[in-house]
Design a protein around this ligand. Sequence first.
Ligand code: NAP
Length: 320
Amino acid sequence: MKPVIYITRKIPDDILQPYQDSFDFRMWDKEETPVPRDVLLSEAASADGVLCLLTEAIDKEFLAAAKHLKIVANMAVGYDNIDVEAAREHGVVVTNTPDVLTETTADLAFALLMATARRIVEANDYIRDDKWEYWSPYLLAGSDIHGKKIGIVGMGRIGEAVARRAKGFDMSILYHNRSRKVKAEQELGAVYCEFTELMKEADFVVSLIPLTEETKEMFNEQAFQNMKSSAVFINVSRGATVDEQALHDALTANTIRAAGLDVFNQEPISAEHPLMKLDNVVCLPHIGSASVATRTKMLELCLDNLKEVLNGAQAMTPVN
Ligand code: NAP
């Protein structure tokens, strides 16, 4: 009997084609709706491997139900949806998708920074709403990007890729990270800062920090109060690193100028979300890595990890 792999969302058949001879694939058949929890738990019971998305909580209950499971391949580089310690106790390997999404996510982070600074979405809506009558000196005037200071919180793979883009815009680069990044300091002139200092100094604060117990709500009331009133906050990491009420208060009280957000505390958000009501916020539906080519590479890396582990080899990109 071939090992069973359960895939928690409908993915294109041609991506599975090269692996069909080795595995028996089962799949939730909807592209846009997550698998219901009861279906996930019952499918997990007979699976040797699971390919999941960040919409699935891989917790103690799931692991207890998944009696034959050897590997969970998460289609994301962040794995805050997975209880990694519990997986280790159950002897389940957890893998993620680093590197293949780095440049695509950095592109999006920089695009969001530029859209927020130069009020691109607001300007587009201005025409759509038929408000454009005259050119005027300060019509939709935003903030410059070139020559400003970017502060990158979480100087990992994506953080460094954002720093390379910032260098091309003649920005000076501050960063905060757990460890020092000597190569980025030498090659990009990036300057290490304590978190508070970075928040005070940067014109653009860009969060690319993983969500952990330590980083939960690290962008809180005090952090926003430390920022310049002209500064812009960009979050492409995870929503829960931010106290959203404190961010809303900072934006409405002009403590900071604007925010660009790809991620939220409870996803999805709706048009009724308080942050969506503010003109100085650009919101995106968690599309950091969403280019067709990169999403395909992420799926292929998940499948390669499943193949290696179910064939008794080492995972390519394990997190535990
Ligand atoms: P990475 O290479 O692991 O970078 C994370 C960096 O954060 C590391 O340099 C790490 O420092 C630092 N860090 C971790 N905990 C810290 C703490 N408590 N204080 C200070 N620094 C800390 O990960 P990546 O590939 O760049 O991805 C970063 C995050 O981006 C992911 O975890 C994910 O949440 C998010 N992401 C979002 C999207 C999206 O669609 N919006 C797409 C991809 C990724 P050390 O090196 O010293 O450990």
